[in-house]
Structure formats: structure tokens, C-alpha cells
Design a protein around this ligand. Sequence first.
Ligand code: AMP
Ligand code: TRP
Length: 342
Amino acid sequence: MSETTFTPRVFSGIQPSGNLHLGNYLGALKRFVDWQAKDVESIYCMVDLHAITVWQDPKDLMKSTRELCAGFIAAGLDPEKSILINQSQVPEHAQLAWIFNCVARMGWMQRMTQFKDKAGKNAQNASLGLFAYPALMAADILTYHATHVPVGEDQKQHLELTRDIAAKFNHDYGVDFFPMTEPVIEGAATRVMSFRDGSKKMSKSDPSDASRINMTDDADTIAKKIRKAKTDPEGLPSEAKGLEERPEARNLVNIYAALNEQSVDQVLADVGGKQFSEFKPMLADLAVSKLAPISTEMARLMGEQDEIDRILTRGSERAREITAPILRKTYEIVGMVPPVQL
Ligand code: AMP
Ligand code: TRP
């Protein structure tokens, strides 16, 4: 195992594929803001190269990338403290991904459940990029030698693969160059479920808008979606055990706990015994108080497109100070002839 001690560094990414939602916020964004408070060097990325593994209209992709950056800032990321980038402006991500395509094995990639889910029945027609997606994700992380990656639960398998790729590279070339990155999957809402179906995760691509709270939703829309969220006829239990086998009820309690920065047990100690007709308005008030200021700030920032573009450009310049030397060293390890001074 690794003998080298790597300086703590955080990296995470979100796809700019539209509809940034409450699951992204609680599973990822809010965690990024918590990390920022710890004063660890952090890089947060709009992964536009990942987004195009499925079709994106070019105009929508541009808008979603800027909107995602606005969402990052509105949620509390400070571009002076954290480095905010879009992936395509830092070419080392794609360059290292090619090396990792040659390290990762077909068998490893074939086991990825996200590929199976996204490719669906017609895997022969999926893009090659969708299949290679996790190798690019490993490159995103490892081109910074990142040690910690905050994500939602659905990314666990990809992070295990990232460690496998780092270990195989280190082993094959006899080096101790890439760190074993730690996934950070924390909080009461690491897997926020759909408001329409408690067995499906809340997702950007769900055709039903009522299934999720979008970070751009206004206060009325947020309250309405919570009022209409699917539940069961029973009241709230006073212990977490009572939520087993009740996925919709558990989801709403988890969301409340995560928004209010409490544990599920603390929430149930207060609301146990209440009916959903009473709990839902409490959740709606809480959600509106936490989310409406973010959507208002996002809308304001979207009016300042030039400023967003400057933030991303400046972020990539700072990022490349980290990534360029790591890629150069990787090429040297692999045996590629470097350019010389002419
Ligand atoms: P994506 O929208 O797939 O780019 O996801 C970006 C981040 O949000 C990743 O860290 C995901 O794990 C997280 N995420 C996405 N959907 C959910 C969800 N329903 N619950 C919790 N976290 C999520
Ligand atoms: N695959 C992640 C998702 O869909 C997004 C992502 C791309 C990512 N590269 C990353 C997350 C690097 C963490 C670290 O949610």
C-alpha cells in the first residue's frame, strides 16, 4: 500500500445536464460548502465532458454549465477560496483519462451499474464515452492527487474503481504516485429519492418535474411539490426503526434532517406521532427557507454571465498549476518523450 503521505485535497464534480436538484444539493453541494469551511484546498468541477456522454444540445449545455456555476456560488462556494472550473478548460483531465483507458480493464468497466442503468436495453447504441465515463472520473480526481471526494451514495462504485485504477497504475509502473482517494459519503440524505416513487432516486433526467425539487424552483413550487409528495397513510414514528419499509416517509424525514442539520433520531424525537398533513407544511417551510434564497441568488448570477465566465477561466488557470506538473510526471513514468527547448 501507499507509503507516501499526500497533502489533503478535495475534488468533486457535477454534470451540467440541467435540472440541478435537491439530491445534488444535499448529497453533494451542501457537503462541498462544509468542506470549504475546513480550509482544505478544494476543486469543484462542472463536468461538461461527462455530460456529453449522452446527447446534449450545445446551447443547453452552455446554459446548464453557467447555471451550475451560479448554483455552486449561490449555495455558498466562494471562488476565491475554492477553485471552480469547467472540465473542458483543463485539458489534463482528458489527457490523463486516455492513460487510464489503457490501465482500466474491460471487465471492470462492464461491472459499472451506472453504465448499465444509463445504457438501458440498447447498450450497443450507447456511446463509447458512456462506457469509458468512470476512467475520465478517475482522471478528474487523480490529476489533482485528490485525497477526499464528497459525493452521493450512487458514486461509491465509481470511487472504488478510481482506487483500483490508481493501484494498478502504481503497481504496473512500480511507483507510489497516485493516492488512494477516500470517498466521503456523509449526512442524512446521501440518497434522496423521487417524490413520485420512493424506490427511485431523485434525478435530473426523470420526465416528471414533480418527482424532484429543482434548485431553480420558486417558493410556491417548492411548497406545492412537497405537499403533493407521495407518502403512506400512517403517521410519523418516534424512532428511525419505524421508517423501515416506508421509503417515501423515510425520504421526507431524511430531507428534513439534512436541511435542518440534525440526525433522523433528533427529528423524530420532535415530530414523532404527527400526521403527514402536519409534517409536510413544516418541511415545506424549512425547504423554502433554505432553498429559496439560493434560487434567488442563482437567478441574479445568471444575469452576470461575463462574471461567471471570468470565474471559470480564472479557476482553470489556478487548476492547471496543479494538474500540468502531475500530467507531466505521469507521462514521464509511462515513458513518453518530453518536448525539449528549441
Ligand atoms: P450528477 O447529477 O449525476 O452529476 O450528480 C452530482 C452529485 O450529486 C454526485 O455527487 C451524486 O452522487 C449526487 N447526487 C445525485 N443525485 C442524488 C440523489 N438523488 N441523492 C443524493 N445525492 C445525489
Ligand atoms: N460521476 C459523477 C456523477 O454523475 C460526476 C463526476 C464526474 C464526479 N467526475 C467526478 C464526482 C469526480 C466526483 C469526482 O454524479
